[in-house]
Design a protein around this ligand. Structure first.
Ligand code: GLY
Length: 411
């Protein structure tokens, strides 16, 4: 069995480690991969397009490809692979727009009556500026396209709102992703990530997670790809699950089927629990990062069997360990803005599993940093407190210049 995983983060390392744990004999390939994936499989190089990757997969008889990162989805990798007769896990291009185009996603939510914050769409800077000048409430300003999780700004006052608007629409901080924006009602509440697997007929949710998106403690500062996560999310009580299933999951399933947006892959619900109910903020059409690193250590079921169940048109069941997990992301100081790389990482060899490499590579027997998010360290326990303690005990073993991590994950 040969499996290709697309992406280069801790998530892809976690997918690879889970597959290998369940089936020692599989051969893993990653594109582009990272220092961690090069140890458990082969990182392939020098592919310039999704079509090139498809030819690679065909030539090398790859049995299944799993798409980790959204960038491949929005290049239409699933459509291309399927046209080449290859098996691939992920949404086709049109369904990936649920993540890649916020306006498309919000219209879908509106059409199917899914509770979501009120919003306005703007393509013109002046109109957005005038709207913000008149507005007195806190807002969320969001670039329409993908921006590696960083294109969302929460503004509590006019100055912050206008600064965010300028960054997105004038300074083009996220390139063309900021040609259109959404200004959304700001909801106060608790965020929840529910990742699920969609087999075209059913959406099967994973355990609930909480992602810590901000760079600073107490959710202060800029948005990042994610600085840590915990599973399960303590705010996801039974009554909230019922509300989520009835008002968000079921109408989503109905909409996906009616709009012919069915696919085999992952669907991520980015949610907000307020004091009155649960709202859907966004869809992603992949597993979250660092949610993947926090979820996979708790997955009892064999992940490859789950994937094969789909291709054999069998029902999918997922069994979970009744434990909690906490993942702390170690990053380069300065991320998500400017940061230095090439720092020697000490202590990696003394880490106990589970841990995952994100932006690090091995050069002449030394591990060095190669990106903003460097390493993910996970603790598992009977409670979030125990899991958190185990994760932070391991974090103490790692050192590199400019190391930064949040100290409040799971607190
Ligand atoms: N952790 C958030 C994301 O993967 O988009």
């Amino acid at each position: 069995m040969k499996i290709l995983v697309l992406g280069s983060g801790g998530r892809e390392h976690a997918i690879g480690k889970k597959l290998l744990e369940d089936y020692h004999s599989i051969h893993l390939y990653f594109y582009p991969g990272n220092g961690g994936t090069s140890i458990i499989g082969k990182n392939i190089e020098n592919y310039h397009s999704a079509l090139d990757l498809g030819f690679f997969a065909k030539k090398n008889a790859i049995d299944i490809t799993i798409v980790g990162s959204e960038t491949f989805l929005l290049e239409g990798v699933v459509d291309i692979f399927q046209n080449l007769g290859l098996k691939i896990v992920g949404p086709h291009y049109l369904a990936a727009k649920l993540e890649g185009n916020r306006i498309f996603a919000k219209s879908f939510m509106k059409k199917y009556g899914i509770p979501t914050p009120k919003y306005e769409v703007f393509s013109c800077y002046e109109k957005a500026f005038n709207f913000l000048k008149r507005n007195t409430n806190p807002v969320a300003i969001k670039a329409n396209g993908i921006a590696a999780g960083k294109g969302v700004f929460l503004a509590h006052n006019k100055n912050d709102a206008i600064k965010a608007l300028k960054n997105i629409m004038i300074k083009k901080k996220f390139g063309e992703s900021g040609n259109q924006i959404i200004i959304e009602e700001f909801l106060q509440g608790k965020e929840v990530s529910i990742i699920s697997i969609f087999n075209g007929k059913n959406i099967i949710p994973f355990l609930s997670a909480r992602d810590y998106k901000k760079i600073g403690e107490n959710e202060k500062g800029l948005n990042t790809g994610g600085m840590g996560a915990i599973v399960p999310n303590p705010y996801m009580k039974n009554s909230i699950w019922t509300d989520f299933k009835k008002n968000i999951l079921e109408p989503t399933l109905e909409g996906l089927i009616l709009e012919k947006l069915t696919f085999f892959g992952f669907l991520y619900f980015g949610l907000m629990i307020t004091y009155e109910k649960i709202y859907l903020l966004e869809y992603n059409t992949r597993i979250g990062d660092p949610e993947a690193q926090t979820l996979f250590p708790l997955m009892k079921s064999n992940f490859l069997n789950i994937i094969q169940s789909f291709f054999k048109q069998k029902e999918i069941f997922i069994d979970w360990k009744k434990l909690c997990s906490c993942c702390v992301v170690l990053s380069s100081r300065g991320y998500p803005e400017k940061y230095e790389i090439g720092k020697i990482i000490a202590g990696l060899n003394s880490l106990k599993e589970p841990f995952y490499i994100a932006g690090a590579k091995k050069e002449q027997e030394k591990w060095i940093t190669s990106s903003g998010r460097v390493l993910n360290i996970v603790g598992i326990g009977n409670s979030i407190q125990e899991a958190r303690k185990k994760a932070y005990d391991q974090v103490k073993k790692i050192q590199f210049d400019n190391l930064y991590f949040r100290k409040d994950i799971g607190l």
